[in-house]
Design a protein around this ligand. Structure first.
Ligand code: HEM
Length: 468
């Protein structure tokens, strides 16, 4: 009953479940999983419990509860079983560190200055250089062949984090396939995900995959060690990129630098966290631009006002802040498809949430952002792609916790400015230069690893002419 007193807390609703197996068989994998979960949020309400093989989670999909869970005096980040598995290759890197591990605070403090808005000024030129490698490739594809959007966005974001973070050039646009690190990483993430979703012990029957996993982890570790070795042996002591900061600055509190194993974990973390999500966000934005000609026309008007019909525009650092409509397009894409589609928290003490549900200390509560981002507080037609939701006037009125693509609080995304700067620059350049031809009448299909992206999205390209 809605008026139950707080001292008699209710249990969180759940569907009838089979013993042991729980709800595992109800959960469709991959893309359909999202349709299923969003439907569950609609039918079961903004909080319900789900069980699969002993692992249990509570799904949270509504504004009031997310607002409550965002209170850091009561809740902190929880590592979901997937993230615990990812620790097998990212260790105590920022993303997968437990709150109690001292290296989290240390690395956070050392790295924060490298992600300030001001730091973006120093990455801008490098981001532009990476964008131009993509453009050179797309120019060659004009009138000749289709481009695979998510693949090329992955090349772009991977090269960008390599160059800006570690001064290392992965040269992804010179390769037919994505860089071997990306392949190894995708397989390793799929392996860990699979392990979490299947019957305990099933991995015993997957010797081959387990061996492949070990090879993939070795490949990632060896590559990262090589990146670090190159920098060390170059004698370069710059501190204006991520690697330089980690190697040559000390933590203000302890006076210590990060240790070598932790630096390796951070580099792997940044290579993963720094590209998958941004590449997905760019792909969704291009998808929506392709399907919404009026939005595309406004985005073009915005870049044309800055760069006219220059064949090779020279976007300055300051231009990015002026591309406000393109930023709205990105935000609206991240609303509908937040590419890291959730984050988990846990109560610091036994508590009651939503005024009535008892929750034990340490219990994982998963904020499912695709549902939060469709909460009725967004207004009507929440499924409609509409960048007007992000005008400054409407942003000001929006409840603080209604839009959470970058997570919450201290453990929120450290790379947010980096991602937005990079993505805004690239989208601006692409809509300025090309007509995007939806040759296959693409129907959105979502591919899920730890992150989500449009699967099999290809475009044909033409150069714009005159006022097209
Ligand atoms: C954390 C999303 C881009 C590095 C997070 C979290 C989310 C997120 C939701 C919180 C995860 C949790 O609470 O468990 C995104 C999205 C991006 C993006 C949607 C792009 C559109 C980036 C980039 C970098 C990055 C470009 C690095 C250059 C990280 C790191 C953390 C993190 C290191 C962990 C922070 C900590 O716990 O201290 N991100 N991210 N992300 N992100 Fe991002």
């Amino acid at each position: 009953a809605p008026h139950a007193p707080i001292d008699e807390p209710q249990t969180i609703p759940e569907r009838p479940a089979l013993p042991l197996i729980g709800h595992a068989f109800d959960l469709p994998k991959g893309a359909d999983g999202h349709d299923h979960l969003m439907k569950e949020v609609k039918e079961m309400g903004p909080v319900f419990r789900m069980r699969a093989f002993g692992a249990e989670t509570v799904i949270i999909g509504g504004l009031d509860l997310v607002t409550e869970l965002s209170d850091e005096s009561r809740f902190r980040k929880s590592l979901s079983p997937d993230l615990i598995e990812v620790r097998r290759f990212a260790g105590d890197g920022l993303f997968t560190a437990f709150n109690h591990e001292p290296n989290w605070r240390k690395a956070h403090d050392i790295l924060m200055p490298a992600f300030s808005l001001g730091a973006m000024r120093s990455y801008h030129g490098t981001m532009l250089r990476a964008a131009r490698s993509l453009i050179a490739k797309w120019d060659r594809a004009v009138g000749a062949r289709e481009v695979d959007v998510p693949e090329d966005m992955t090349r772009l974001t991977f090269d960008t984090i390599g160059l800006c973070g570690f001064g290392y050039d992965f040269q992804s646009f010179r390769r037919d396939q994505v860089h071997p690190f990306v392949g190894a990483m995708s397989r390793a993430l799929a392996f860990t995900q699979d392990k979490v979703e299947s019957v305990p012990g099933a991995e015993l029957f997957k010797r081959k995959q387990a061996e492949q996993f070990r090879r993939d982890v070795d490949l990632m570790t060896d590559l990262v060690d090589e990146v670090i070795r190159q920098r060390r042996s170059s004698g370069d002591t710059r501190t204006d990129d991520l690697l330089g900061r980690m190697l040559h600055t000390r933590d203000a509190v302890t006076g210590e630098p990060l240790d070598d194993v932790n630096i390796r974990n951070q580099v792997i973390t940044f290579l993963i966290a720094g590209h998958e999500t941004t590449s997905g966000a760019l792909s969704f934005a291009l998808y929506y631009l392709t399907k919404h000609p009026a939005v595309l026309a406004r985005a073009r008007a915005e870049v044309d006002a800055l760069w006219g019909d220059a064949d090779t525009p020279e976007p300055g650092y300051g231009d990015i802040g002026k591309l406000t409509y393109i930023r709205q397009v990105l935000n609206e894409s991240l609303r509908l498809w937040p590419t890291a589609p959730g984050f988990a928290v846990e109560p610091l003490q036994d508590t009651v949430i939503g005024g009535k549900y008892a929750v034990r200390k340490g219990r994982t509560l998963t904020v499912y952002t695709p549902a939060l981002h469709r909460d009725p507080a967004w207004g009507e037609n929440v499924e409609l792609f509409d960048p007007e939701r992000f005008t400054p006037e409407r942003e000001e009125k929006r409840p603080v916790h209604l839009f959470k693509p970058f997570g919450n609080g201290e453990r929120a995304c450290i790379g947010r400015q980096f991602a937005l700067h990079e993505a805004t620059l690239l989208l601006g350049l692409l809509v300025h230069r090309y007509r995007l031809i939806d040759h296959a009448d693409y129907q959105l299909k979502i591919k899920q690893t730890l992150t989500i992206k449009p699967d099999g999205f290809t475009l044909e390209l033409a150069r714009r002419a005159g006022s097209e």
